[in-house]
Design a protein around this ligand. Structure first.
Ligand code: NAP
Length: 264
């Protein structure tokens, strides 16, 4: 049997724990370590195997010698974890959102220089990646569009990074800006939501939601609605596996999963 790809997962919160459990089930992957702030020095069991847990990412990488670091902690910790991986020739797959564009460009340059693969995937959900692709096609044929993103009530930021990215992508795929029907009299402030590049963006936060997005295009006598629903965090596992497998056969940085799905 081919050797399994050794992966350390940094972050064991909502995303990291789901990814660690999901990857540990794959025949070609072995999760050899998990990083979180606490409790340091502990172990956990994944797919029947004992896995070390540590807050010391460089130490964990040295002790476990992974091929891939799957970064799924928080933006303030991610850069340090990725640098520790690069220093050791370990390919990073970054699921953590909110990396600065400066850091992504630095990462791209280091990868090019060292012929090392990395994937930065702010959205691991394959359905969301396909929705973005379809939306950028549809946006060429409609002059009006609004985005409604819906997330769990505890989400700290609004709008979601995916909604912003969708608006930027929609705008970049057109020569002329979208136009937004004006409202002349507000009886309740804020009801039209935010606006980016002529695109209305609305954020809904409710218990019971996970991550959902609608993109509604409007034209003469017609609308077109694209909608994606994440019903559980398991949705992120296939995208993470795709990225982990990709770095084994690449020597550069790939941003987003669209290229890995043949959508670019
Ligand atoms: N790419 C995608 O598709 C996608 C999907 C969902 C979320 N995200 C992003 O993924 C990130 C994590 O989200 P989440 O909901 O899982 O957050 P979370 O539940 O708050 O979990 C964060 C995890 O990071 C760990 N952590 C924080 N600082 C650390 C450090 N210095 N060293 C080691 N571990 C550290 C925490 O450790 P403790 O457990 O000890 O507190 C925790 O396990 C966010 O940036 C989020 O926006 C991306």
């Amino acid at each position: 049997m081919a050797e399994r790809t050794r992966v350390v997962v940094a972050g064991y919160g909502r995303l990291g724990a789901e990814l660690a459990r999901g990857l540990a089930q794959a025949d070609d992957v072995e999760v050899v370590g998990v990083a979180r702030r606490a409790p340091a020095g502990a172990h956990l069991t994944l797919a029947g195997r004992d896995v070390p847990v540590s807050a010391d990412v460089p130490g964990l990488l040295d002790a476990t010698a992974p091929r891939v670091l799957l970064e799924a902690s928080l933006p303030e910790a991610a850069e340090g974890h990725v640098r520790a991986a690069l220093d050791r020739g370990i390919s990073p797959v970054v699921a953590t959102s909110g990396l600065s564009s400066t850091f992504v460009e630095e990462l791209r340059a280091v990868c090019r220089q060292r012929r090392l693969a990395a994937v930065v995937a702010p959205n691991l959900s394959l359905g969301a990646v396909v929705l973005l692709h379809l939306a950028s096609i549809a946006g060429r044929f409609f002059d009006h569009v609004e985005i409604i993103e819906m997330h769990r009530q505890g989400k700290a930021d609004a709008p979601s990074g995916t909604a912003l990215h969708t608006a930027q992508l929609l705008a970049a795929a057109r020569d002329v800006p979208f136009s937004r029907a004006p409202t002349t009299r507000f009886t309740l402030p804020g009801v039209r939501g935010g606006e980016l590049e002529g695109i209305g963006i609305h954020s809904v936060r409710l218990p019971g939601l996970v991550a959902h997005q609608e993109v509604i295009f409007g034209g003469l006598g017609q609308t077109l609605t694209l909608r994606h629903d994440t019903t559980s965090n398991e949705s992120y596992v296939p995208g993470a596996l795709l990225a982990v497998r990709h770095v084994l056969k690449s020597q550069e940085l790939t941003y987003g999963l669209a290229a890995l799905l043949g959508l670019e």
